[in-house]
Design a protein around this ligand. Structure first.
Ligand code: FAD
Length: 164
């Protein structure tokens, strides 16, 4: 698949800048093909680890049904949205990831991903994390988004500010 190029490529973020955003942000919108073919954009926390994106989820629901029907997805993160009223614009920075999403079936891989999710949101509390894992492990799914394409974009104003 040839993912399309950005029209205003001056505004394109580098791969490294995109990775920094993926590392630092805490949530985004996971877009799936939902019920009846309607796009289903669902907000989700995540961790970016080893070049992949991991989510935790209940084992049933709209999102899980959608993933069962179509593995192709995208994930959008808004890293910055500073409204400048007087300019009628926003100084923005965002990333869109395209790829395929799967429920992790392998128990060891699921546990490792769950640990990195836990550590992302509450670092340095192994005992607390272990308690959460013991409580919930069998009642949740971990989803892995295998990334095929990443694009990042920032507003012109942020580019100008970098040059000053
Ligand atoms: C910042 C943020 C982080 C989150 N992190 C996680 C996470 O890490 N893991 C996780 O499982 N969930 C997370 N959620 C909740 C998530 O958005 C979904 O509500 C949840 O995953 C259930 O999805 P579902 O498709 O199974 O819901 P279902 O109840 O099966 O969805 C049925 C219908 O409910 C509506 N609906 C569901 N969720 C939302 C919503 N968030 N807002 C508005 N309408 C909704 C939609 O119309 C949907 O078609 C997060 C939400 C936010 C805002």
């Amino acid at each position: 698949m040839n993912f399309r190029a950005m029209r205003r490529n001056r505004q394109q973020l580098t791969h490294e800048e995109c990775q920094n955003i993926l590392d630092k942000s805490t949530s985004g919108v996971l877009s799936l093909i939902g019920d009846g073919g309607y796009p289903y954009g669902v907000p989700m926390s995540y961790v970016y680890h080893d070049g992949k994106i991991f989510f935790h989820s209940a084992t049933t629901g709209h999102k899980i049904d959608a993933i069962g029907t179509e593995e192709k997805c995208s994930f959008t993160i808004i890293a910055q949205d500073d409204i400048h009223n007087e300019e009628y614009t926003t100084y923005f920075r965002s990333v869109i990831v395209f790829g395929r999403i799967h429920i992790i079936e392998d128990e060891a891989e699921k546990l490792a991903a769950l640990r990195s999710l836990g550590e992302r949101y509450n670092p340095n509390d192994n005992a607390g994390l272990q308690r959460e894992i013991d409580k919930g492990f069998s009642h949740l799914h971990i989803l892995r988004l295998d990334i095929e394409h990443i694009s990042g974009k920032e507003s012109i104003e942020l580019i100008k500010a970098k040059k000053q």
